[in-house]
Ligand binder design. Structure first.
Ligand code: SIN
Ligand code: FE2
Length: 207
């Protein structure tokens, strides 16, 4: 398991095909209950290219009026988010090694053109807890920068079944998705192929 930087751990193919397929089915159920939505940028209102939903007690979203935040309810249905599948809690216990369970799992769905600009995950009150990322489907070119936006970033592929942990000194590193690599990566598991090329889950402790 390469440590890319202090506290940043990449576990290639942590989930085997079978685990990926089972997780994909659970996430398809989450999407069926809590439909994908488009967050917009604070201030400008520009739509993000990634579509998203959540499971767990809290979910992340953003809009022009109220900015980045966690909410207990889906922005369009008004329903509470679906429960986090036990499989994700188990993965958190295995990989995050944090005493408290995650409260949010943000599901990011990328089509071939979607990307995510360099950002820090800083909307959580608990910044001591790691961020656990799990990827399904197409490879992407992932960038991991430093603590400041201008710091030099390293780029590497995240592939289906990969886990990435940003913990401790890496928790506040800038990161983003440059682009999706559809011809190189594994196709999205069948249960998720209808939604997009790549699906990324990030588990977060919020409060
Ligand atoms: C995120 O930073 O929220 C998502 C990262 C990814 O899609 O790998
Ligand atoms: Fe992030």
């Amino acid at each position: 398991m390469p440590e890319l930087a202090p506290g940043a751990f990449h576990y290639p193919a942590f989930l085997d095909q079978c685990a990926q397929a089972a997780l994909a089915e659970e996430i398809a159920d989450v999407i069926a209950a809590a439909p994908l939505y488009v967050s917009t940028m604070p201030k400008t209102g520009a739509p993000m290219s990634v579509r998203m939903t959540n499971c767990g007690a809290l979910g992340w979203l953003s809009d022009k009026e109220r900015g980045y935040r966690y909410e207990a309810h889906h922005p369009t249905t008004g329903d509470p988010w679906p429960a986090m599948p036990p499989r994700l809690l188990k993965l958190w216990n295995e990989l995050a090694q944090y005493a408290k369970p995650p409260e949010a799992c943000l599901v990011n769905v990328y089509d071939e053109k979607a990307r995510m600009g360099l950002h820090q995950d800083r909307d959580e009150a608990d910044l001591a807890a790691p961020i656990l990322s799990l990827s399904l489907g197409a490879d992407c070119r992932f960038k991991l920068g430093g603590a400041r936006r201008g710091d030099r970033a390293i780029a590497f592929a995240l592939s289906s079944g990969d886990a990435l942990v940003l913990s401790g000194p890496a928790r506040m590193r800038y990161h983003g998705v440059d682009r999706i690599l559809p011809t190189v990566g594994a196709p999205a598991p069948p249960a998720l192929a209808a939604f997009g090329a790549r699906v990324n889950l990030t588990l977060r402790r919020v409060t």
